[in-house]
Design a protein around this ligand. Structure first.
Ligand code: NAD
Length: 431
């Protein structure tokens, strides 16, 4: 089928490349000229495992192309996915002006039936506005349908998540649109849930809020574990074995970050507020998440006393492993706090340092975990990259000025670290 995807970021590019991989002809559109020219040269503007290969394959086989022109894409496709950003405003509400701009341009460019699909995460009832906008600018009165197909992929495993999803949610209001979307996703052989448009929109916010809640729940349990001298890893293993709870998203640490959970949680609180409900539970989820970063800094201070002029090494900057994405990464708040206290930071991340330089310009960037360890009076682990788990810890210890590690992701075992001669603090591991 001939498709286009507007917005070529983490979601749009993955969606476009994967839809091409399963046999569709896809045009990816972005108004960022730099991104499109890089993509036309076969270069990927972001780091996402496996993405480069399928982008190149799609382009080589003539199923994937790139443009900056929405009109051109609309004319040459029957289904248009909107995957532009919905960033948070100061108030916590999502900024939907990008979605509106795209809807207007689609309306102006249509000359035969189209299905316009919301792929971006948008508040419930956005579909109505998308429909109204397209109607207003679609002067020729061309028929169209609006549908919602929220995306559940995770950065770091986006390609695999898209091609092997737990479920595909399709929210639509016409039989025709439903059949077209089912046809698009048929090659995936995935479990498909058909709903009305508004339910599909709400599913996305509810799912992300639930996952964030799971993280804050285990983090609150981790605080209790520290007070009771119990290991949260054992507690999460014990509760995760219950099928009704499940083992996922029960890793205690410095909390969630990234472009989705923080903004989607704020947005859901706002959506609820506008509908007349005070979603206090989610406010508490956010509060616990913020508190985890403060508690982490306090742990560092409890071990180092004054931070002024102290050399602190940081391993991991991205908001999670296997991505270069720094948006709302916990590392930003933690490092800024340490800098305010006068600490000197030297950091390493396998993929996110270029993006980190924009948000954390005043720290020293190193080329390896060992360079970070050199002369450090404390080492912090802020992202659980695989390569940190297999560090030569004896070498790390020799390079450090003081053998102190504060692990915000619980990648090491406290007993082993003690045996190696480290002063080691994880999150919720007891003392
Ligand atoms: P992103 O910032 O990486 O990409 C958005 C892209 O849209 C940018 O490249 C931008 O240049 C482009 N754009 C903006 N206005 C445009 C216009 N008028 N015409 C053409 N292109 C335009 O964002 P993302 O992380 O891909 O997220 C996109 C949406 O998907 C958001 O609503 C987000 O909440 C949702 N989502 C993200 C993830 C994730 O893990 N990143 C997962 C699921 C859902």
């Amino acid at each position: 089928m001939k498709l286009s995807v507007i917005g070529t970021g983490y979601v749009g590019l993955t969606t476009g490349a994967c839809l091409a991989k399963i046999g569709h002809e896809v045009i990816c559109v972005d108004n960022d000229l730099r991104k499109i020219s890089l993509l036309k040269e076969g270069k990927i503007p972001i780091y996402e495992p496996g993405l480069e290969e399928i982008v190149k394959e799609g382009a080589r086989e003539g199923r994937l192309s790139f443009t900056t022109e929405i009109a051109e894409a609309v004319k040459n496709s029957s289904v248009i996915f909107i995957a532009v950003g919905t960033p948070p405003k100061e108030t916590g509400e999502p900024d939907l002006s990008y979605v509106e701009n795209v809807a207007r341009e689609i309306g102006e460019s249509m000359d035969d039936y189209k299905v316009i699909v919301e792929k971006s995460t948008v508040p419930v009832k956005t579909g109505k506005w998308v429909r109204t906008t397209i109607e207003r600018y679609n002067k020729k009165g061309v028929p169209f349908d609006v549908a919602s197909n929220p995306e559940f992929l995770r950065e770091g495993s986006a390609v695999n998540d898209f091609l092997h999803p737990d479920r595909v949610v399709i929210g639509c209001e016409s039989e025709k649109a439903k059949e077209i979307l089912l046809e698009i996703y048929k090659p995936l052989n995935a479990k498909v849930l058909i709903t009305d448009l508004a339910s599909a929109e709400l599913i996305k916010h509810a799912a992300n809020a639930f996952l964030a809640m799971k993280i804050s729940f285990i983090n609150a349990v981790a605080i209790i574990c520290e007070l009771a001298n119990v290991d949260v890893k054992e507690v999460s293993a014990g509760i995760g074995l219950d099928k009704r709870i499940g083992p996922h998203f029960l890793n205690a640490g410095i909390g969630y970050g990234g472009f989705c959970f923080p903004k989607d949680l704020d947005a859901f609180v706002k959506i609820a507020e506008e509908l007349g409900y005070d979603f206090q539970l989610l406010k508490e989820v956010k509060k616990i998440n913020d508190e985890m970063r403060e508690r982490f800094v306090k742990k560092v201070k409890d071990l180092l006393w004054n931070l002024k002029e102290k050399k602190i090494g940081v391993l991991g900057l991205a908001f999670k492993p296997n991505t270069d994405d720094m948006r709302f990464a916990p590392a930003i708040d933690i490092i800024n706090h340490l800098i305010r206290e006068g600490a000197r930071i030297q950091a390493y991340d396998p993929r996110a340092m270029e993006n980190a330089k924009r948000v954390l310009p005043s720290i020293t960037y190193c080329q390896s975990p060992y360079e970070v360890s050199k002369g450090a009076e404390c080492l912090l682990i802020l992202t659980e990259w695989e390569e940190f788990k297999s560090l030569d810890l004896k070498r790390v210890k020799e390079l450090m000025k003081l053998p102190i590690i504060v692990d915000g992701r619980n990648i090491f075992e406290p007993a082993k670290m003690k045996e190696l001669g480290f002063i080691y603090r994880g999150v919720g591991r007891g003392y």
